[in-house]
Design a protein around this ligand. Structure first.
Ligand SMILES: [Zn+2]
Ligand SMILES: [Zn+2]
Length: 312
């Protein structure tokens, strides 16, 4: 777990963690690079976005489609099609399902690709278009880097905390029985995950998950912040579900991809609803730390819940 929410707050450790979370050997800094590239080279000029029009919306959709295809596609080819890293740093030795009636097209990867490229990219692009329209029409409080450089940069650092906070609460909501049955069970068909599992969800869940960006209707921000929030959600969902802890670069270097915390959520379903940077699971007693003790505690909690239900 990130050290921010321990008491008393460990200032040195928190600062070291914050720096390492933006390391060149992790995804976050590259997502920011993708957001910058998108803004400077692959985004419609803001003046064009004052009125809805198919051409600039299609431009946003195409860029998001290609981004998703490149990130998830290349990780899938590397780890699964060409099996370049075999089982080294892999969380779960099982293969992804090829013939299973559980999945559309009877194939886990094709099912995940379909809901990612069709639904996730559409909702992501629709919300991004709404935000661009809102910025162009002065409906979102807009600022530039030169207006307030300190807030511009601070907001970039705050965004991962906001997406983590938003993720926990909307995810917890989707574990309520009715919403789980309606939507979230689609994502949980992936008990073992691969890159295409991350953004593979029911369209209703995409609509809620990507809504994190709308916080920028309340805060002074730049379109770059909107791009960064949604790309952070989309791209790190892919990397964190890739099934491998690290990508090995030569003999010594490791590029951090996986998320053991969320991997355990897929394996056991009723623990680790949030992220390892937010404290909710520890505070609400749904934390599994991956150890045998964590496993025993989770089983005990399940027994208590069953007893409470049968008494009730
Ligand atoms: Zn879940
Ligand atoms: Zn997941």
């Amino acid at each position: 777990m990130a050290p921010f929410f321990r008491w008393p707050p460990p200032a040195g450790k928190s600062l070291r963690y914050l720096v390492s979370s933006w390391s060149l050997l992790g995804a976050r800094v590259y997502v920011l690079a993708v957001a910058l590239l998108s803004w400077f080279y692959f985004a419609p000029a803001l003046e064009r976005c004052a009125e809805f029009s198919a051409d600039w919306i299609a431009q946003i959709w195409l860029r998001n489609f290609v981004t998703m295809l490149l990130v998830a596609g290349s990780l899938h080819l590397y780890f699964y099609t060409f099996n370049k890293q075999r089982d080294v740093e892999k969380y779960d030795p099982r293969d992804l399902s090829r013939r299973s009636k559980l999945f559309h097209f009877d194939n886990q990867v094709w099912d995940n690709m379909f809901w990612t490229l069709v639904s996730a990219v559409a909702v992501w692009s629709f919300y991004e278009s709404l935000m661009m329209w809102a910025y162009a029409n002065g409906l979102a409080p807009t600022m530039t880097f030169s207006d307030n450089p300190a807030w511009f940069v601070l907001l970039l650092f705050l965004i991962p905390f906001w997406t983590g906070f938003h993720f926990y609460w909307q995810h917890r909501m989707f574990h309520l029985p009715a919403l789980y049955k309606l939507a979230h069970n689609w994502h949980h068909k992936n008990t073992n995950v691969g890159p295409w599992s991350g953004a593979a969800m029911h369209p209703v869940e995409h609509a809620v998950w990507f809504s994190a960006v709308f916080v920028l209707l309340l805060l002074p921000s730049h379109p770059l912040h909107a791009l960064f929030i949604m790309q952070l959600q989309a791209i790190t969902a892919v990397t964190s579900h890739c099934g491998y802890e690290n990508l090995l670069l030569g003999k010594k270097l490791k590029f951090r991809l996986g998320d053991f915390f969320h991997q355990l959520h897929h394996r056991f379903y009723d623990c680790n609803y949030g992220t390892f940077e937010t404290p909710w699971d520890q505070w609400f007693d749904t934390y599994h730390d991956g150890s045998p003790q964590g496993d025993a505690w989770m089983k005990q909690r399940r027994r208590q819940l069953t007893q409470t239900k049968s008494i009730g």
